[in-house]
Write a protein that binds this ligand. Structure first.
Ligand code: NDP
Length: 448
């Protein structure tokens, strides 16, 4: 780890001391503070008025019991979380994650990242995140519904279109949003569309929200390529994961002329040199909720490779779209040796600090999740805008807005990196630009 600016060192130490055992949260805070040295030199106010210390402390953290009945009639107990991190720019906004690995440290890292990501979009949304250690895998539809209803029976009192607006994340898609929105409506007796995003089109959702994070990721990479006079044409791309973000990243890469030759899930990866068969992948992952082994079996020409990393597959562009810390230092070395030129994070913090350092040293372009995957939350903000005006836009209109937002985020990152003397550094650009907008709002709002 590089040494932090002296004024930021104590702040980081305090975060680590006051939030013991929350490794992912520490990692996310360190990564942002590491970029802020030149900013506090220029604007000492941000330290003197404790803006950064306040940013590292969530406005509110809610932890609650979620009891529910499984199909055998047995009582199950999970833990629910909502971390309302920062509302200087708008209502708390960020997804819910249902995965057995969820604990407070994961939700806080995601909520902290969300503050800067949402700020970067330029839209009026604050940062938050939530979820549960509930594992939807292998659960029946009825069990998922009962869990969601119990989760919302507690959480509803903390939500509202002007207060806190959740969406999906790992393990939470349109089905789960439907069950939670339904329970919210039932308890409050209000059809408050703007309280959730990621809704179905017939009940207040927005076109392109399902596709937004994956498409936005690819639009961002397309901007990187364009800035060098290149395109996706003929590029070999590896995508990790095969969930919501991965599937729509694969779709847009293909539409722009690239070929996605491998993707993965938690059981392994498939290498398909002719290009992933997207219709088959959607059928297996979205409709059947099955494992990637079934893809390999149905495809015939590819095999599921277990116990090895998808990053061993040679590519020009790598898009990690699964989960945090999935790209290790060893993976980074494989990618560098195989000639990969661009790594762009579709997931949140998928690259370890060691991997990022290797990319920087090797001159591989590295673009961080808070910029690259911001298209998801940006389209959520567009969904809120449509809900507020009781309007709905066409697919092509919404997609054009998403593409424009990603173009602006890319420009903002590069312009800010230039301004702070680090040309081409997307990490510095994203962290500094995201930070300044929210920090200035916090200063303007008084001591909050
Ligand atoms: P999904 O649940 O739809 O898909 C997640 C994918 O990642 C699955 O293929 C899953 O495999 C794999 N995965 C998850 N956890 C692990 C793990 N511990 N080890 C290996 N593989 C894993 O989630 P999303 O696609 O929505 O989210 C993916 C990433 O993108 C997350 O980091 C999320 O925070 C981020 N993101 C999502 C946004 C959205 O709009 N959905 C917005 C911005 C960021 P398996 O099914 O086998 O578990």
């Amino acid at each position: 780890m590089t040494e932090l600016h002296t004024k930021l060192h104590d702040i980081y130490d305090e975060v680590a001391r006051r939030n013991p055992g929350e490794d992912e949260f520490h990692q996310a805070v360190y990564e942002v503070l590491n970029s802020l040295g030149p900013v506090v030199d220029k604007h000492p106010d941000y330290v003197d008025r404790a803006v950064i210390r306040r940013l590292c402390e969530p406005e509110r953290q809610i932890i609650f019991r979620v009891p529910w009945l499984d199909d055998s009639g047995d009582v199950q107990v999970n833990r629910g979380f909502r971390v309302e991190f920062n509302s200087a720019l708008g209502p708390f906004k960020g997804g819910l994650r249902f995965h057995p690995s969820v604990y407070l440290g994961i939700i806080k890292f995601l909520g902290f990242e969300q503050i800067f990501k949402n700020s970067l979009t330029g839209l009026p949304i604050g940062g938050g995140k939530g979820g549960s250690d509930f594992d939807p895998k292998g659960r029946s539809d009825g069990e998922v519904m009962r869990f969601c209803q119990s989760f919302m029976t507690e959480l509803y009192r903390h939500l509202g279109e002007y207060t806190d607006v959740p969406a999906g994340d790992i393990g939470v898609g349109m089905r789960e949003i439907g069950y939670m929105f339904g329970q919210y409506k039932r308890i409050t007796n209000r059809y408050e569309s703007g309280v959730f995003t990621g809704k179905g089109i017939t009940w207040g959702g927005s076109q392109v929200r399902t596709e937004a994070t994956g498409y936005g990721t690819v639009f961002f990479v397309d901007e990187i390529l364009r800035s060098r006079g290149q395109s996706f044409d003929g590029k070999k791309v590896v995508v990790s994961g095969s969930g919501n973000v991965a599937i729509y990243a694969i779709e847009k890469v293909s539409a722009l002329g690239g070929t996605v030759i491998a993707c993965s899930d938690s059981t392994g990866f498939v290498h398909d040199p002719a290009g992933i068969d997207l219709d088959l992948l959607k059928e297996i992952k979205e409709k059947r909720r099955a494992r990637l082994a079934e893809y390999a079996e149905a495809r015939g020409s590819s095999q599921l490779v277990a116990n090895r990393s998808v990053w061993e597959v040679e590519c020009d562009i790598a898009l990690p779209c699964a989960t945090q810390n999935e790209v290790s230092g060893t993976d980074a070395r494989h990618l560098i040796e195989s000639g990969c030129q661009i790594v762009a994070e579709g997931a949140n913090m998928p690259c370890t600090p060691e991997a990022v350092k290797y990319f920087e040293d090797a001159g591989v372009t590295f673009a961080p999740g808070k910029a690259v995957n911001a298209g998801g939350v940006a389209t959520s903000a567009l969904e809120m805008q449509q809900n507020a005006s009781r309007d709905s836009w066409t697919f092509s209109d919404t997609e054009a807005r998403l593409a424009e937002i990603m173009r602006r985020i890319h420009h903002r990152c590069l312009a800010t990196a230039d301004e702070y003397g680090q040309p081409g550094n997307y990490v510095a650009g994203a962290n500094i630009a995201g930070f300044i907008r929210v920090a200035d709002a916090m200063l303007a709002l008084g001591l909050v």
